[in-house]
Design a protein around this ligand. Structure first.
Ligand code: MSP
Length: 643
């Protein structure tokens, strides 16, 4: 029998900045779903990748003084490393700079031109470069990008347009016939009310004002609009319009495009319309998940509130991060990240519930049965309650995953863990041991070990490293499917378990919070751009001539009373004697200054400094530590012009 296929995608990630915990959210969720489906018997294809073209990348590369390709290569290395650390089990990683992708995008444009779906015209409107989005005047919010709130630029250029308006009615019909296509439901209403109902306008799909993109074969000064380039990745990765299209034949249409809510519009309006124009089947579902917030704002580089997933993973392990993202954020809605929530969630679920169950059970089997799983005897009603729970959980978790709710799936799996912990308190194995009731003790130990096997098998897609460690402790091979969850009692009697180290160590919340804050502070310092000298505007020679600089001889110098910084000078400036206050007391003693020749800004408006009249300013050179007064290189009379 051929396996049912399941094609799941993440968006391809912009290669224009570093990656933060918010970015990991989509990928970790898809990874858990992909792993679950594989274990549940599906032939899964999980695609992720990087979105490497566009104006934003070109600008960033220019600012960094490197070529766009060198720039995106560095980000590619970073993201591949990040997915490795987090254990992301993608089947393919696509880069939009891959040759096969670029060539296919060109063919897609050619097809659209041939079918009359694109035409050349003039674009005049607003563009948000960070979002790579076009907006009409009426869509702007307070003159800014409605998605990210940043500045938009007026754009005027020759462009090719896609006849999006032509697909309006077909799109509405498609939504009606496929009510699950846009999920959750609220996002469907948002799309219809905000975008479809006001009327779809044709979409600008090429750019001419920069060149970091896929060149259109029929008009080489145009590059493909980055969103069309990006969206087609979902089919180019499978070999669409290429010699080998086996994967396309097998996996398209996608079962699930998982995307953040801000890009649902591109995936549910533009993408289906392009597919309609290409005469291809439409994906089955687009799920718009919520955002990971930090302090009530979307976690994003531009807001400066990002959390580094590598720092957290190195400190606590990838599974702690995976578990938090999957369990804590109510699916479909936004969810808040803060370090305390991560630490308390870890202590409560992973240390207390799961860690304790595994360590108590393996310790007791070691102590009471020499580490060998004992044969159970007659099951009591209490045992049967746990058996029923275990045997019924796969179906529940499957339904949760079909609803794309990882928090529900984990809650259901943890019911086994929590029930088993309670069962230890109810059965009191230590008392059974004391009473010499080995028969009952054996049954209790067997039930507990089986509960752990059920829980660990079901947890494998979510926290794979931890699950693998549990199987090691249980002395059995990690399962690759759920076949052994149909019936309770599959764990072989006599299997040798080991207690070993704790799965998770309890985290000292106060101490960790302090240390995480210190790390964040250090990181913030590192990423702060070096303080730039304020760039002064150029001035004309006439402007400079307005400043009268004169040589002046110090007649006397004293400290200003009650001030550590100020010295008051009597200066001979030609025939005139001037009083000037200068803030150099920490650098020169009054005695040292007497008889020196300084340079004076002679036509500065008089001012009172600490109540002392000052008529001019003494020129000094300064760096972080020193202030050094400027003096002519050779002796010169006072009052002479400096220029
Ligand atoms: N390149 C486009 C997608 C093109 S797909 C044809 C893009 N890239 S992105 O790097 O900005 O975002 C990638 C994914 O990360 C998106 O699903 C986005 O929603 C998600 N997230 C980025 N910040 C996020 C949070 N703070 N919280 C949750 N997900 C977030 O969009």
């Amino acid at each position: 029998m051929t396996k049912k296929t399941y094609y799941i995608t993440t968006p391809i990630y912009y290669s224009s900045g570093s990656f933060h915990l918010g970015h990991c959210y989509t990928t970790v969720i898809c990874d858990a779903i992909a792993r679950f489906k594989r274990m549940d018997g599906f032939d899964v294809f999980y695609l992720t990748g990087t979105d490497e073209h566009g104006q934003k990348v070109q600008q960033k590369a220019e600012a960094a003084g490197v070529t766009p390709k060198a720039y995106v290569d560095r980000l590619y290395d970073q993201i591949v490393e990040l997915w490795k650390v987090l254990g992301i089990s993608y089947d393919k990683f696509i880069r939009t700079t891959d040759n096969y992708h670029e060539a296919t995008v060109q063919k897609v444009y050619e097809k659209l031109l041939a079918s009359g779906d694109i035409y050349k015209s003039q674009y005049e409107g607003w563009y948000c470069t960070p979002c790579e989005s076009f907006w009409t005047e009426s869509q702007l919010v307070d003159g800014k990008c409605p998605d990210c709130g940043r500045e938009v630029k007026l754009q005027k250029e020759e462009s090719y347009f896609f006849r999006l308006s032509k697909y309006q009615d077909r799109l509405i019909k498609f939504y009606e016939q496929n009510p699950e296509f846009i999920s959750p439901k609220s996002r469907m209403n948002e799309m219809i009310n905000n975008f479809i109902k006001p009327g779809l306008k044709d979409l600008c799909i090429s750019r001419t004002t920069f060149d970091w993109g896929v060149k259109l074969t029929f008009d080489e000064k145009h590059v493909a609009y980055v969103w069309i380039d990006a969206l087609t990745n979902y089919i180019t990765a499978l070999g669409y319009l290429q010699d080998d299209h086996t994967l396309y034949d097998k996996f398209w249409p996608a079962d699930l495009h998982m995307v953040g809510k801000e890009i649902v519009r591109f995936h549910t309006i533009i993408w289906p319309a392009i597919l309609m124009a290409l005469d291809l089947p439409l994906p089955k579902k687009v799920y718009g998940h919520g955002w990971l917030l930090f302090g009530n704002d979307k976690m994003s580089k531009s807001k400066g509130n990002v959390v580094d997933p590598i720092v957290l993973s190195n400190r606590y392990g990838a599974d702690v991060i995976r578990y938090f993202l999957l369990r804590e954020i109510p699916f479909g809605s936004d969810g808040n990240y803060n370090n305390e929530a991560l630490l308390t969630r870890t202590n409560a679920d992973l240390v207390n519930d799961l860690g304790n169950l595994v360590s108590r059970t393996t310790a007791m089997i070691t102590q009471y049965f020499d580490g060998k799983v004992p044969a159970p005897n007659a099951y009591t009603e209490l045992d049967r309650e746990l058996i029923t729970l275990c045997e019924g959980t796969l179906d529940k978790v499957r339904a949760d995953i079909d609803n794309l709710s990882a928090p529900d799936a984990l809650t259901d799996i943890f019911k086994i863990v929590q029930r088993a912990n309670k069962y230890i308190d109810e059965t009191m194995p230590w008392t059974l041991n004391k009473e010499g009731n080995k028969e009952r003790l054996a049954t209790v130990m067997y039930v507990l070990a089986e509960c752990i096997r059920f829980a660990a098998t079901l947890l494998t897609p979510f926290i794979p490293t931890t699950a693998a460690t549990i199987f090691e402790k249980l002395g059995i091979k990690a399962p690759t499917n759920f076949n052994n969850l149909k019936k309770f009692g599959q764990l072989k009697v006599g299997t040798k378990v080991t207690k070993g180290a704790n799965l998770f160590n309890r985290l000292d919340v106060a101490k960790e919070l302090k240390e995480l804050d210190a790390i964040a502070e250090q990181e913030a310092k590192k990423s702060k751009p070096a303080k730039e000298e304020p760039k002064s505007e150029q001035i004309s020679i006439e402007d400079f001539a307005k400043v009268q600089l004169r040589t002046a001889k110090v007649l006397s110098c004293e400290k200003v009373e009650k001030s550590d910084k100020l010295l008051v000078f009597k200066l001979q400036v030609g025939d005139e004697v001037r009083q000037v206050v200068s803030g150099i007391a920490e650098h020169y003693t009054p005695e040292y200054m007497v008889d020196k020749t300084v340079v004076l800004v002679a036509n500065l408006k008089p001012a009172k400094i600490r109540g002392v009249e000052s008529n001019g300013m003494i020129l000094c050179a300064a760096d972080d530590k020193h202030v050094i007064f400027v003096t002519p290189e050779k002796d010169i009379d006072s009052g002479k012009v400096v220029r």
